[in-house]
Design a binder for this molecule. Structure first.
Ligand code: AMP
Length: 363
């Protein structure tokens, strides 16, 4: 069975790994000849809008999926004419534009941070007057890992924020004083079966995910149920198939949806060791219409992203319980080059493992 994947980054690589035990072959398409998935699966080098390249991707494939949300929508729509594309192109379309995404979530009754479209300097002043400070100006499209964003802390920051981002359609968001950031990974198979992982607590630095803790500490049944109810609405509205990640700001016992990713997600990497079935295995099961695997956490996990520099592998592996994942990527500032997962049955033991890892990594 062949699964065509648009994108050959580390997510494609981990999808390929999850496919092996099931005899599922991943075939990735990526513009870069040294894309990380290439070491593990068939890699087609080419652009997402080349008909002959797309023909090679779909040849004998059962289904097409994608591992990043900036895949051209036209490509997803075109491919969907010949075979299933999951998650459906409509999910891609919704997630690609922050204004469309947040409006969609609001229509479903899911709270979000306050937002207004900004198409001119005058719009920015109107939105700032409405939300107050601080506020965050974001490009509507192509933003990731904190890129395409400018925080406006005082009135005098507005000009610089506008100058740095103007030209692209923008959105201004009111600042949310959240207690923490959490994400939910939901799965829906093409047969309609649903599964949810426990909420994950995420810590970002410079707009990039640094540490995930799963299940989120002090997770209540009520908070999990609230997140799942929001996810159910999204999955149903989009006739969704595959893994869906929704990132929330937690304020008290409420959740405001910040964004969604129609794909496997960095905050779910812990599931490889820390859950009964990994997000990657469940994504493949979901898009192929196979029964989903159990999503329960096995004890407690912490996932630490390796950003910008490669660690000393021997030192990391010397930390009890540390599982090291490297993506075969050349280190570069701000680039995710790997991750480490720690897992333990007891939270106290996990804290000791994390303290030991902190001796090795600059966390
Ligand atoms: P995003 O690209 O929207 O996920 O934003 C990256 C990070 O910036 C988030 O994970 C938050 O830590 C922070 N952030 C973004 N939007 C807001 C907001 N409206 N209020 C507070 N923090 C925000």
């Amino acid at each position: 069975m062949i699964v065509g994947v648009l994108g050959g980054g580390q997510l494609g690589r981990m999808l390929a790994l999850a496919g092996y035990p099931l005899g599922i072959h991943v075939r990735a398409l990526d513009p870069l000849p040294d894309a990380p998935a290439g070491a593990l699966c068939e890699l087609i080098t080419g652009h997402y809008d080349q008909p002959e390249t797309l023909a090679r991707l779909v040849d004998n494939a059962t289904v097409i999926t994608y591992e990043f949300e900036n895949v051209p929508l036209e490509t997803a729509r075109l491919l969907a004419q010949s075979l299933p594309v999951y998650p459906p192109p409509q999910a891609l379309e919704t997630a690609q534009d922050r204004l469309v995404e947040k409006s969609f979530l609001r229509q479903l009754g899911i709270p979000t941070p306050p937002f207004l479209p900004v198409d001119s300097r005058a719009d920015l002043d109107v939105a700032l007057a409405q939300f107050g400070l601080p506020a965050v100006l974001k490009t509507r499209r192509m933003g990731y890992d904190g890129k395409g964003q400018a925080v406006i802390r005082q009135a005098t920051d507005a000009d610089a924020a506008w100058d740095s981002l103007q030209g692209a359609p923008l959105i201004l968001e009111g600042w949310v004083k959240f207690a923490r950031e959490v994400s939910l990974l939901a799965v829906r198979s093409s047969t309609g079966e649903l599964a949810f992982y426990p909420l994950i607590e995420n810590e970002h630095r410079d707009g990039i995910l640094r540490i995930s803790r799963a299940p989120a500490p002090n997770l209540t049944v009520e908070l999990q149920a609230l997140a799942e109810s929001y996810a159910r609405s999204v999955l149903a509205a989009l006739a969704y198939v595959g893994v869906l990640a929704i990132e929330f700001f937690q304020v008290g016992q409420y959740l405001l949806a910040n964004e969604m990713a129609p794909r496997v997600h960095n905050s779910g990497h812990w599931t490889i060791e820390g859950a009964t079935t990994s997000q990657f295995a469940n994504h493949l099961r979901a898009i192929l219409g196979l029964p989903l695997g159990a999503t329960a956490a096995i004890g407690h996990s912490v996932m630490v992203n390796l950003i910008g520099t490669l660690p000393d592998s021997a030192a990391v592996l010397g930390v009890a319980g540390a599982q090291l994942h490297l993506y075969d990527k050349a280190p570069r500032a701000g680039r995710k080059v790997g991750h480490i997962t720690l897992r333990a049955d007891d939270p106290g033991v996990l804290a000791e493992q994390l303290a030991a890892l902190q001796q090795v990594l600059d966390l």
